[in-house]
Design a protein around this ligand. Structure first.
Ligand code: FEO
Length: 385
């Protein structure tokens, strides 16, 4: 098992059998469920793992502990990718105390039929637990990403156990760029709760953190400012990269042609980055992450059943649910007899905060005309401002 510091050891697992994380996210490189053990005069285990890996996780724990037994299980988050083995742990170590927030114990009762009333320690913001040299400080992190979440700061080793915060998709035995899969994870799973993440970042800023141990993804030890700055941008709905995302829903290729012509024009005008996404075929979570990454978004949809194409509806819903805001949006619609998509798309986005709609709205009737091409040129010009 990997050693994080002299006393903190990694005992998590990699999942390469998973088809969809949380029942919906494609994870081509699998998933990691992290768990850690702190060895001091008292021994604390930080969270458990997904239900399919209970025995592997217990083996990892035994390998680190030898003949010792843990004194505490700290439960930071009750989503089952981390909590599923609480019962397994409780049976394996009947002398250990379960330590969690009051809300987490309520959920344990729901999941396991018991709230461990005879062997529990309820902790809240500001509480501490001494293990000997190490003192654990508990910090409430409601809605990052469930209401019961606590994160834990070990002031001895200056380690923040950050629960889902700073996590990413991907198993730990696959090397890949951190930001790409952390961004897709963040906007897919935590994106709605920007304000709560901001609150947590404010609390974290008061701590001297040298290592971040999340529940997914790699342990972060170097250049922590880079990760914290990205979290600042994401949670404040700021623009991370200059560029334009064009998301289209096309049936016979004419709406796609409009999207691609606009992309060509933007590139020709020197736009630093243009991302074109076919919403019907690409991973929706990738599309959502790109919409939040760039400052300008173009939505191009056919009119369908007097509304918009289903994948465009899903995309806009995904953005609205996650608090999409502070962006410029341009609209392209297509309709052979009663084009209506632009109006519908605009109405769906009306409640998003600080949205500017770019002009002109381009209406294609079946196929691109010379007039449409001129409109796309004007729109490209507008999006470059
Ligand atoms: Fe990784 Fe919200 O569970």
């Amino acid at each position: 098992m990997t050693t994080i510091t002299n006393d903190i050891h990694y005992i998590g697992v990699n999942d390469h059998n998973i088809d969809l994380f949380e029942g919906q996210y494609i994870v081509e490189n699998g998933m990691a469920y992290n768990s850690y053990v702190i060895k001091d005069e008292k021994i604390a285990v930080m969270d458990t793992v997904d239900r399919h890996f209970g025995q592997e996780w217990l083996q990892n724990l035994k390998q680190v502990l030898g003949d010792s037994t843990p004194d505490y299980l700290i439960v930071q988050h009750m989503e089952p990718d981390h909590s599923a083995n609480i019962e397994v742990f409780a049976q394996a170590y009947p002398g250990a105390v379960i330590c969690a927030s009051a809300a987490a114990f309520n959920m344990m009762k729901q999941f396991f039929g018991t709230d461990y009333a005879d062997r529990r320690m309820i902790v809240k913001e500001g509480d501490t637990l001494s293990l000997g040299a190490h003192t654990l400080h508990f910090v409430a992190a409601p809605m990052v990403h469930w209401p019961e979440v606590i994160v834990t700061y070990d002031s001895h080793d200056k380690v923040l156990f950050s629960a889902d915060g700073f996590g990413k998709f991907g198993a730990l035995d696959v090397e890949e760029d951190w930001a790409c899969e952390a961004r897709r994870y963040y906007f897919g799973i935590v994106g709605k709760y920007g304000m709560q993440v901001q609150n947590l970042l404010k609390k974290a800023a008061a701590l001297d953190i040298q290592t971040i141990c999340p529940l997914h993804g790699p342990v972060l030890k170097e250049n922590l400012e880079y990760y914290v700055n990205l979290y600042q941008t994401w949670s404040s709905y700021g623009v991370e990269s200059e560029g334009v995302m064009i998301a289209y829903a096309s049936i016979y290729g004419h709406t796609q042609a409009a999207a691609e012509l606009l992309a060509e024009k933007l590139t020709a005008k020197g736009c630093p980055k243009v991302v074109v996404a076919d919403l019907a075929r690409e991973d929706m979570a990738e599309c959502v992450e790109d919409a939040f990454r760039y400052g300008r978004l173009v939505l191009a949809s056919v009119t369908y059943n007097t509304e918009i194409f289903p994948c465009m509806r899903e995309f806009i819903n995904d953005l609205c649910e996650r608090g999409y805001q502070k962006r410029t949006i341009a609209l392209i619609e297509n309709g052979s007899w009663a084009p209506n998509a632009a109006k519908v798309m605009r109405a769906k986005l009306e409640n998003c905060k600080e949205i500017t709609f770019a002009e002109p709205v381009v209406t294609v009737r079946s196929a691109l005309t010379e007039e449409n091409k001129a409109q796309l040129d004007a729109l490209a010009e507008e999006l470059m401002k």
